[in-house]
Ligand binder design. Structure first.
Ligand SMILES: [Zn+2]
Length: 99
């Protein structure tokens, strides 16, 4: 089991104003990323449910994504997968039904 040290606290530095840090100040960079990612994903799920997460729709890609967009219509893990899929669909249309 992987344990992530958590110690939510308020911080204000770097001109960002008051904001939350989730890991204790003594945590490593990896632990800080892990704590922040866990909390942000939890907030996304609480606010929007599981419909805002998914598996990339691109052929050959099984990455998962969290959709934080306003419209909530994300289908791909990245711009690269979206572009690759759109280019393949465009080329298939250009070839026509005969292939
Ligand atoms: Zn993908």
């Amino acid at each position: 089991m992987l344990a992530t040290p958590m110690h939510p606290h308020l911080a204000a530095h770097g001109g960002f104003g008051l904001h939350l840090h989730y890991a204790p100040p003594s945590a490593s960079l990896v632990e800080r990323f892990r704590a922040t990612t866990l909390m942000q994903l939890s907030e996304l799920l609480c606010e929007h449910g599981l419909s805002r997460t998914g598996v990339c729709a691109a052929d050959g890609c099984d990455r998962v994504y969290a959709d934080a967009s306003r419209a909530g219509r994300r289908r791909f893990c990245s711009e690269a997968c979206a572009n690759r899929t759109n280019v393949a669909a465009f080329r298939a249309r250009r070839r026509g039904p005969a292939g």
